[in-house]
Ligand binder design. Structure first.
Ligand code: PXG
Length: 438
């Protein structure tokens, strides 16, 4: 294809120096950029600047499970750009964002009422925290984006350490729920660990409930390495929050819109929070969008004062962007037409069976899974944390697989459009890469 070779040629002349890459080892990347420069995407596959096809094992960064270049979404975006490309977010509205909010409330667990929009998970989280106001309780190993609020309630040490003086005051953390001794290689929800929710009682005793506004947790910790909530844990958190009048916020940036086979983790686990932060899959990753779904009581609490006064001094230029709204409508249409949530549920046991077959492979110390998400944790090479996972990642690309690695954990969250043989191949290639990286 002439077109294809032009794209590849153009990519091969890229100068990489000016771009400061996010969450990336810039210097290492820039030594050999072409193998990791993507020029095309279609369905469940990327093509690199070297012309190599890669299976998209993490659905982009958890956000593109309906497949790339989805014709419906592409068309909706193109049409929207011509019809209404931008509409001021403050004091103005447009039809698609009102209908989208209604649609998202319809997908959320019963009892939710309103949606506030931003453009990312980080903005969604910071919005939820601003709605709750202080004091805030997060959790160890939690990832809530990179806003000052998000890193303050987050529990991933390197993300906090660099910005320690900027962290929000008066935040405390629940312990994370992972225990290698109690739950290594468990499938789905571990049986051990519900009691860890009682730590919230300890924090309430320490600070007094009247000083605590909200607890924020990911129903399943994604970036922390697919840490699955112990059976009964989220239920207990809900009970304790209810007992003390504390808001429970679910950060569903990863788990929202089907990753766990239900619209939200809330439905998968049968626990309804007071606010849900979402992003990513809402537009299939095509246009940035995020937001917060809140219960009516929360919205109503702000609707006081003169009718002409602004109730919440918060918002973004691109809150509820029309093109993002069009992409979200098309993504939700596609989800409904293609039965994506059901498909994710069907593939869950395929992924579970396949990924747990890696037990016993070199360096594998734990395997975790739920929904269409799985992680394989590796024993770090002595004195070189992250080096083993990097080797696996690089070998994976040679094998045609784009895995995600952070630290020494390999994460996978394949597209909902994956076939069973593709999921099996993703795991068999990982086996090859693990054996090569010993
Ligand atoms: N909350 C959660 C639970 C997330 O997973 C964010 C907030 C922030 O979203 P934005 O859109 O601001 O990036 C996230 C983001 C990974 C990975 O490999 C995860 C995320 C982003 C990039 C990589 O696990 N999650």
């Amino acid at each position: 294809m002439k077109n294809e070779s032009t794209v590849l040629q153009r990519a091969s002349t890229i100068k990489t120096e000016a771009y400061w890459m996010p969450f990336t080892h810039n210097r290492y990347f820039k030594k050999n950029p072409l193998s990791r420069t993507l020029v095309r995407a279609e369905g469940a596959y990327y093509t690199t600047a070297e012309g190599k096809r890669l299976f998209d094992c993490l659905s982009g960064l958890w956000c593109c499970p309906l497949g790339h270049a989805h014709p419906k979404i592409a068309e909706a975006v193109a049409k929207q750009v011509r019809e209404l490309d931008y509409s001021p977010a403050f004091q103005m509205g447009h039809p698609k964002i009102f209908s989208l909010a209604e649609r998202i409330v319809g997908l959320a667990p019963a009892g939710m009422g309103h949606v506030f929009f931003g453009n990312s998970g980080s903005e969604a989280v910071d919005t939820a925290l601003k709605i709750a106001r202080t004091r805030l309780i997060g959790r160890e190993r939690g990832y809530h984006g990179v806003g000052i609020g998000g890193i303050s309630v987050g529990g991933i040490a390197p993300n906090r350490k660099m910005f320690a003086p900027l962290l929000v005051q008066g935040v405390d953390h629940l312990p994370h729920t992972h225990s290698a001794a109690e739950m290594a290689f468990s499938r789905g929800q571990p049986k051990w660990g519900a009691h860890l929710a009682e730590e919230l009682e300890r924090l309430v005793a320490l600070h007094d409930a009247s000083t605590i506004a909200a607890v924020i947790v990911e129903p399943m910790q994604g970036s922390g390495g697919v840490i699955v909530p112990p059976a009964g844990y989220l239920e207990r958190l809900r009970q304790i929050c209810d007992r003390h009048g504390i808001l429970l916020v679910f950060d569903e940036v990863i788990t929202g819109f089907g990753r766990l086979g239900e619209p939200f983790g809330a439905q998968r686990f049968g626990v309804t929070p007071d606010m849900i932060a979402f992003a990513k899959i809402v537009t299939n990753g095509v246009i940035p969008m995020g937001g917060v779904i809140v219960k009516p009581a929360i919205y109503d609490a702000f609707m006081t004062g003169p009718e002409t006064s602004v109730e919440l001094f918060h918002g973004y230029t691109y809150s509820g962007h029309p093109v993002a709204a069009a992409a979200a409508h098309a993504a939700l249409d596609a989800i409904a037409e293609e039965g994506s949530f059901k498909r994710a549920r069907e593939l869950e046991p395929v992924l579970e069976r396949a990924v747990h077959s890696l037990k016993g492979e070199p360096g594998v110390v734990d395997i975790r899974n739920i929904g269409l998400a799985a992680a394989v944790e590796l024993e770090p090479i002595q004195g070189k944390p992250g080096a083993r996972a990097l080797k696996v990642f690089e070998r994976g690309m040679e094998e045609g697989m784009l895995y995600r690695f952070t630290g020494d954990t390999i994460a996978m969250a394949p597209p909902f459009i994956s076939t069973e043989p593709e999921i099996e191949a993703m795991i068999e290639k990982l086996r090859v890469a693990l054996r090569a990286a010993r």
